[in-house]
Design a protein around this ligand. Structure first.
Ligand code: NAD
Ligand code: UDP
Ligand code: UDP
Length: 336
């Protein structure tokens, strides 16, 4: 005799499990430069639902325009210094202006974002049992006395300088992360990000790569801040996003340096941009800002060993990709 039973309907428990297999991910600061590239990558996985919380201080909806209206995507205008009550499985906590011009514009707000913002996201992680990743910075090493910088170095930071709202703010954010981890068992991940560049950087935010590229395209002089021998190491944004996701998905709390160890003086960077984009422009020396670190280069041994990560894109290959984006936004097409 054949059964006439209707097909089984999934039990509420089973469907709950099914939905649990999908990951709901909050990205704070997701309308910004790195955040929007991270969102692009997370959205590629159909199991991910992505929620962005951003106050649009330095970010923009334009960076997320291809996702607005997508059923797995949600955008909330929200300031992380206020509590946020939502249900998520993972939190990528990026919200914080990254460019000195913007973080010095309202330093008290910057430190609130770093401290109260991180506290709120940790409170959220604690309430819902989410794993949380903080994007800290190489600035926690200050003006470093060892070179290159590895994660065990405690840094050389001015606590009362004009950059302190940012670098001391991030240091307190790291402390909060570890205190919530030890005291409340929160699953934490800390990335120490070194200078990152790529499409969607704010054109006039004063950071060196965006300045030089915009200046070269506009035919203006490239402004090297004295002495020009200070160094930085620049990581292309797709490499950065790959590192952040590996860190989130792996088993290590960090802190782990994520950056490209290729080190350049600012004069070398200016020469490279000039050669690639506009050999006709001049390079001029201008005054620097206080507390500018003299050298910076990540030791990425930990990222290699623990995350199997290293950057793939060389500066010479990344700059033209950024040039394309800047030319489109500045409406200056290539000559040939
Ligand atoms: P960004 O300025 O482009 O993005 C930051 C985003 O955070 C913006 O969308 C901004 O509107 C948002 N935001 C700022 N304050 C907020 C608040 N109080 N509430 C909600 N949203 C807020 O910067 P980015 O380069 O994408 O940097 C992202 C993260 O990476 C930051 O935490 C930054 O400190 C860190 N980081 C970046 C670099 C780099 O070279 N870009 C280097 C080290 C660390
Ligand atoms: N918080 C939040 N979302 C939540 C839970 C907490 O924004 O879902 C905030 C909360 O307002 C508080 C902070 O996170 O300011 C720290 O929360 P926690 O529960 O750790 O501390 P408490 O509320 O006991 O001070
Ligand atoms: N810089 C420069 N010209 C500019 C902007 C910045 O020479 O137009 C220098 C700046 O003095 C610093 C380096 O570039 O030594 C990196 O500065 P940025 O603000 O990009 O990043 P951060 O100081 O946070 O590493």
């Amino acid at each position: 005799q054949t059964s006439t039973k209707p097909p089984p309907t999934p039990s509420p428990l089973r469907s709950a499990k099914f939905f649990q297999a999908n990951m709901r991910i909050l990205v704070t600061g997701g309308a910004g430069f790195i955040g929007s590239h991270l969102v692009d990558k997370l959205m590629e996985n159909e199991k991910n639902e992505v929620i962005v919380a951003d106050n649009y201080f330095t970010g923009s909806k334009v960076n997320l325009k291809k996702w607005i209206g997508h059923p797995r995507f949600e955008l909330i205008r929200h300031d992380v210094t206020e509590p946020l009550l939502i249900e998520v499985d993972q939190i990528y906590h990026l919200a914080c202006p990254a460019s000195p011009i913007f973080y010095k514009y309202n330093p008290v707000k910057t430190i609130k974002t770093n401290v109260i913002g991180t506290l709120n996201m940790l409170g959220l992680a604690k309430r819902v049992g989410a794993r949380i990743l903080l994007t800290s910075t190489s600035e926690v090493y200050g003006d470093p006395l060892i070179h290159p910088q590895d994660e065990s170095y405690w840094g050389n930071v001015n606590p009362i300088g004009v950059r302190s709202c940012y670098d001391e703010g991030k240091r307190v954010a790291e402390t909060l992360m570890f205190d919530y981890h030890r005291q409340h068992g929160i699953e934490i991940r800390i990335a120490r990000i070194f200078n990152t560049y790529g499409p969607r950087m704010n054109i006039d935010d004063g950071r060196v790569v965006s300045n030089f590229i915009a200046q070269a395209i506009r035919g203006e002089s490239l402004t090297v801040q004295a002495p020009g021998t200070q160094t930085r190491s620049f990581c292309y944004v797709s490499d950065m996003v790959d590192g952040l996701i590996r860190l989130m998905e792996g088993d290590n709390t960090g802190p782990i340096n994520i950056g490209n160890p290729g080190e350049f003086t600012m004069l070398e960077l200016a020469e490279t941009v000039k050669e690639l984009i506009n050999p006709g422009v001049e390079i001029i020396m201008v005054e620097n800002t206080p507390d500018d670190p003299r050298q910076r280069k990540p030791d990425i041994k930990k990222a290699k060993e623990l995350l199997g990560w290293e950057p793939k894109i060389k500066l010479k290959d990344g700059l033209p990709l950024m040039e394309d984006d800047f030319r489109t936004r500045l409406e200056v097409p290539r000559k040939n």
